[in-house]
Design a protein around this ligand. Structure first.
Ligand code: NDP
Length: 399
């Protein structure tokens, strides 16, 4: 194996579900990957254990008190790692000369500045943090083009589309549409009344995928699929009308691309994020991911249904934000992050998530707000969060 095939990684969001799966793939392929930097927010013990195993040169904790605690723990064990603290440190490690590949797996808009920094620095950007593209799609894609960054999607649906996409000569004009599959989440067959009484425990109990709490709630509300429609538009340079959603409860077909001649290409496999992660990490080669043999004879019937935008209004709201464009998707994302957090903290009911997002989206003409810089988008994010919080307070008072 030549040295040029070794990749030097910074894993942002290392202690999360995607971060842990990434490090699992690294551990299976030590001849291919070096871990230069690991980053998290507050999980000191989780990051400490990863440092012992992967021996990075840098460790970042966005939360300063947690960084101090980690530094103390490392010093007492006489482990030499440079510990950095705060959001700017995330940006700095995404741009290190000694890093060539950045796994952007921080959850939410908090992951945007570091993902953008990696794109600007021309790194291979493994993008799990879909919120970056929803909030700042134009900015991020402009940075990718300007720096020659290799942007590879980690989201299983977009990774599947990427694998079915016409690379090398064939034109994207020959694509008729993208078909994103959606599991339908834990509430796929629930009534509106049942969903109104849903608990956080029920919402995070995803039937197929094991994921962090925020994306699990997004899956339950189908906002996740809405965010993914917007993500697909940026990644594959198309309009949301060319991105159809189809509910496929088993999550075996990870997504499809339909061509103008009627061919439909699909990527199939176990619902295990190590497959798209390993694909993107080694691309254009393949490495072992730890995912076992896929036995089609055991898969049973593969069923597909149209999505229900009445019971799951978040999908419609995301398409409306995509139509409005400008800063509207950033406002949608911010309102959703606040609403999901309030739901997880039992401050509002599950059905209020869509209500809060819709109220914020309709509160002002977001599309015309300035959105051509990171600072402008972060201001939109801040304002939409404040409006979402106020909306939730009104809802709580009126109950
Ligand atoms: P988790 O909640 O499991 O992990 C989130 C990670 O981000 C943790 O390492 C956490 O650190 C870190 N983090 C949280 N807030 C901050 C912050 N302000 N600054 C720095 N780090 C922070 O999330 P997931 O792994 O499930 O998801 C990560 C991203 O990947 C999301 O954007 C999600 O949509 C996307 N994704 C996830 C999939 C999945 O299967 N999980 C599938 C496809 C996409 P700490 O542990 O210290 O809190």
């Amino acid at each position: 194996m030549s040295d040029s095939s070794r990749r030097a990684l910074a894993v942002l969001g290392a202690t999360g579900s995607i971060g842990r799966s990434t490090l699992d793939v690294v551990a299976r392929n030590p001849e291919r990957f070096d871990v230069v930097a690991l980053a998290a927010n507050r999980d000191v013990d989780g990051l400490y254990k990863q440092i012992l195993q992967f021996k990075p040169r840098y460790a970042v904790m966005a939360d300063s008190a947690s960084a101090a605690a980690l530094e103390g723990q490392l010093k007492s064990a006489d482990i030499q790692v440079e510990v950095l603290a705060g959001p700017q440190a995330l940006v700095d490690i995404a741009q290190l000369d000694s890093v060539d590949t950045v796994m952007a797996a921080i959850v939410g808009a908090a992951g945007l500045p570091s993902a953008l920094a990696a794109a600007q620095a021309g790194k291979r950007l493994l993008l799990a943090n879909k919120e970056s593209l929803v909030v700042a799609g134009q900015l991020l894609m402009d940075a990718v083009v300007a720096s020659g960054c290799e942007l590879l999607p980690i989201d299983s649906e977009h990774n599947a589309v990427f694998q079915c996409w016409p690379h090398g000569g064939a034109s994207a004009k020959q694509v008729r549409r993208i078909l994103l599959t959606a599991s339908g989440g834990p509430f796929r067959e629930w009534t509106v009344e049942q969903m109104a009484a849903a608990t956080p425990e029920q919402a995070v109990a995803h039937p197929n995928w094991s994921m962090g709490a925020k994306i699990s709630v997004d899956s339950a509300s189908m906002m996740n699929k809405g965010l993914e429609v917007i993500e697909a538009c940026w990644l594959f340079n198309c309009q949301h009308q060319q991105v159809d959603v189809v509910v496929h409860p088993k999550s075996i077909v990870h997504s499809m691309v339909e061509y103008i001649d009627g061919s439909v290409l699909a990527e199939l496999g176990h619902p295990d994020m190590r497959t798209p992660i390993a694909h993107a990490m080694a691309w254009p080669e393949r490495v072992e991911s730890g995912v076992g043999l896929f036995d089609l004879t055991q898969a049973g019937a593969l069923e597909f249904f149209p999505p229900d935008e009445v019971r799951f209004p978040c999908l419609r709201l995301a398409r409306e934000a995509s139509d409005a464009c400008g800063a509207a998707p950033a406002a949608l994302n911010a309102a959703n992050e606040i609403a999901v957090e309030l739901f997880l903290n039992r401050k509002v009911g599950f059905s209020k998530i869509a209500e809060i997002v819709e109220t914020v989206l309709n509160a002002k003409a977001w599309a015309t707000e300035q959105h051509d810089s990171l600072a402008a988008l972060l201001e939109v994010d801040r304002e939409a969060r404040a409006l979402a919080t106020q909306t939730a307070e009104k809802i709580t008072l009126s109950v």
